[in-house]
Design a protein around this ligand. Sequence first.
Ligand code: CMC
Length: 424
Amino acid sequence: MADKIAKLVIEGHDPIELPIYSGTLGPDVIDVRTLTNHGYFTYDPGFMSTASCDSEITFIDGGKGVLLHRGYPIDQLADNCDYLDVCYLLLHGELPNEAEKSHFDHIIMHHTMVHEQLHDFFSGFRRDSHPMAIMVGVVGALSAFYHDSLDIANEKHREVAAHRLISKMPTLAAMAYKYSIGQPFVYPRNDLSYGGNFLHMMFSNPCEQYEVSPTLARAMDKIFILHADHEQNASTSTVRLAGSSGANPFACIASGIAALWGPAHGGANEAVLNMLAEIGDESHIDEFIARAKDKNDPFRLMGFGHRVYKNYDPRAKVMKETADEVLAELGIHNDPLLKIAARLEQIALEDPYFVEKKLYPNVDFYSGIIFKALGIPTEMFTVLFAVGRTPGWIAHWKEMISGPYRIGRPRQLYTGQKVRNLEK
Ligand code: CMC
């Protein structure tokens, strides 16, 4: 039901009436679906003003720096929940009660192994492959192994696929790392927490068990929470678009991983650390700030700016606190990269260029510092983003598939050649 009506007046036409709808929070939307009947398309490259769907999962108020999952603020979730609580919340709409939680934890932590034959996929990759390249391949390949969860019209199949993906992503991520350093894969331990098991698979080896510190396992969990969902971002929209054609969930999540890889999206965490290393010393910061402001220089301050946030990214705040906790636990004091990051942030927050354009630190700015302190190599950073984002991707895919939906099929403003004929 329309709350209001917008009238579009185009010269030479009768006014076109377009319904306006209100959500529970956020701007109203103008329903332009009937415009095509009048011979027009809307034009919005980059989807700056386009709501592609309706959704009950996540809300962002970019001006105020607010991020809510199912209504709960992200900092409250990070402080009071573990990652599997948040996965459950995203998938089911409510936090689990005690019985639901123990059942969900059991299911997730008992689907962590991957089919043994999947191990063979890794040897097809060069040892120096980027782990995101491996993830795109092996996550897509899950669809060749789990035929009993591919029927998207079957609710049970959808649920099993969701559980499998959340369970197996850390296993595949750790395998990609182990493969790159020539160590044997480490099997998951179902008695550990989600974050703790990931650290175990990353850092144990057959000769030595890695003692999982509860503080670090909790930090890992928090980082996954901070990445769990973010509304209709590029990778989530990619998952929805792939899903709208009826593609299976494993293929859809692989498409999300591919979209996440770019440096403007999830690849920024890797780019931030490379940038901090390149700056090298506080004395070089001004030079990099000047480059970021120079229109003729393609360099951007990585970890700054966001399409939606025009305020401090609420995830960055929690991430910074987590960085402090991790560095304290590991006894790392005066980390030179952290010092450069803190100074860079301070300068950027005061610089008129960044202030006027509302470019604040985003989630990727501090995550790399934590990952580095944990001993995780830079190329793995975006993989960890992908692990964390998996429940968000699935929740959006599931939300779309569970209701009425149509294939996503945008149109275009054609600017190519008019009809012409081949000369004989
Ligand atoms: N450094 C310098 N200038 C910037 C930056 C930056 N990091 N980000 C934006 N700008 C400028 C940009 O040049 C433009 O200036 P002008 O209006 O004079 O042309 C203005 O700010 C608006 O930028 P935009 O590129 O039109 O904005 P967008 O919404 O299309 O892009 C963004 C958003 C995140 C891609 C961009 O801010 C960026 O490239 N940031 C660095 C990469 C990064 O940290 N990405 C992670 C985003 S958070 C995690 C995630 O969601 O994946």
